[in-house]
Design a protein around this ligand. Structure first.
Ligand code: XIL
Length: 393
């Protein structure tokens, strides 16, 4: 299906106004931004004459472009999302349905229905599935919360990895085998797995996954591992897995950053450091939020929640142009960096299809209006979409 450019009428005046205001205010400092906006404008002009490009086509020779999807999208019940996913993405990650609490809700009770549908949907549409995830301290089934004995945890661990990974061997392109096992200082996070199975549980998870799923790639996934201390911990982890003779194919940097605070230098250092280990580097849950969180650090810990009034939700009605511009520039700079390392970066996955779906509307504070992705609440491409596309022109 050809893709029309619905947002163009909105984007053109926006860009013109922005350029005019910038020139009036501070011409010299803002030259790079003006040049970027002019390039976006020229290229969106070109696009009006044709159909808008799709991310997966534009970056076809560079890396996979993924999105996180949920039940209505897997079941193709969300027509607008469905159309956009097929146009724009060649990789998907299930946002929730393959997590332990859903796929094994009771001891040895498996619920494979949605994951089977996901695999069929992806095969039909030539989309690669990154299955998320096998071992994570969060979103565990209720029966795990009462588990006391190391023996039971060990049984669960072996059975869960073996049953789930073997069912989808080769049917999913890849697995996030272990998710978020590190603390900010690079040490191992306290969890039921660390407590009951000891330091080697991560190597063992990869060993079991390798046996159960020899035809899917195996990854470690975490947030903030671009930060120096946590990065060091991640490097040690990968080296430990490799030294044990166990396969690890790549590492996923989640990429939940704020649009005005993307740690570009740390990201670049991390791509280099992880690539030096001989593994793929991926950006697996990318979103550049525009709302402040109640704390200074950049955690993406799902259990770190807070309450906040209207002051914490300043863009409930709409996103100001100035913020939208900052986001467009940050996305462009980020993709520029990904392209620089396209030999090492194998996939960039957004954590959601459009702003409406984003988990950042409800985390860490429930009921806010965030705008972290490339498509707005009506599935229209945002200025950030055009700025990302434009760097390839
Ligand atoms: C989030 C989902 O987006 C939410 O829908 C869910 O309620 C909680 O989990 N790191 C991860 C993802 O690895 O699985 C998390 O996803 C976001 C942080």
């Amino acid at each position: 299906m050809p893709y029309k450019l619905p947002a163009i009428m909105k984007v053109k005046p926006l860009i013109f106004n922005n350029i005019a205001t910038m020139i009036k205010n501070k011409p010299a400092i803002l030259y790079p931004s003006i040049i970027l906006l002019l390039t976006v404008f020229i290229n969106t002009q070109k696009l009006t004459a044709q159909n808008a490009p799709s991310l997966k086509q534009v970056f076809n020779n560079d890396f996979l472009i993924g999105t996180a999807i949920n039940t209505p999208q897997i079941e193709e019940k969300d027509a607008a999302a469905d159309k956009l996913i097929k146009q724009q993405f060649n990789a998907v990650t299930p946002e929730n349905i393959m997590k332990a609490e859903i796929i094994q809700p009771g001891w040895d009770v498996f619920n494979f229905e949605l994951a089977d549908k996901l695999v069929a949907y992806a095969a039909k549409n030539d989309i690669k599935v990154n299955a998320h995830n096998l071992i994570w301290h969060s979103q565990l089934p209720a029966f795990m919360h009462h588990m006391q004995s190391a023996d039971s945890v060990k049984q669960y661990f072996v059975h869960h990895i073996t049953a789930v990974a073997s069912r989808y061997d080769g049917k999913v392109y890849s697995w996030d085998v272990v998710n978020e096992a590190l603390n900010e200082d690079g040490s191992l996070r306290k969890s039921i797995f660390l407590d009951k199975l000891g330091d080697d549980y991560i190597v063992e998870a990869f060993r079991l996954a390798q046996k159960a799923s020899p035809h899917s790639k195996l990854y470690y996934n975490d947030y903030n591992i671009e930060q120096p201390a946590k990065r060091k911990g991640a490097i040690e982890l990968v080296k430990k897995i490799q030294a044990a003779g166990v396969r690890i194919d790549g590492i996923g940097i989640q990429g939940h950053w704020r649009a005005d605070n993307v740690p570009f230098a740390d990201i670049e250092e991390s791509i280099k450091a992880f690539a030096a280990l001989g593994i793929e580097v991926m950006f697996t849950e990318l979103d550049l939020g525009v709302l402040k969180n109640p704390w200074d650090n950049n955690t993406a810990d799902v259990s770190a929640t807070a309450k906040g009034g209207a002051a914490m939700n300043p863009y409930a009605k709409e996103l100001p142009d100035s913020v939208e511009r900052v986001q467009a520039k940050a996305y462009a700079d980020l993709f520029q960096l990904f392209l620089k390392y396209k030999k090492n970066v194998s996939r960039v996955t957004f954590w959601g299809v459009n702003d409406q779906q984003s988990w950042l509307n409800d985390w860490p504070i429930r009921g806010r209006t965030n705008y972290p992705l490339l498509f707005d609440r009506n599935f229209k491409p945002k200025p950030a979409f055009y700025s990302v596309i434009t760097i390839k022109k």
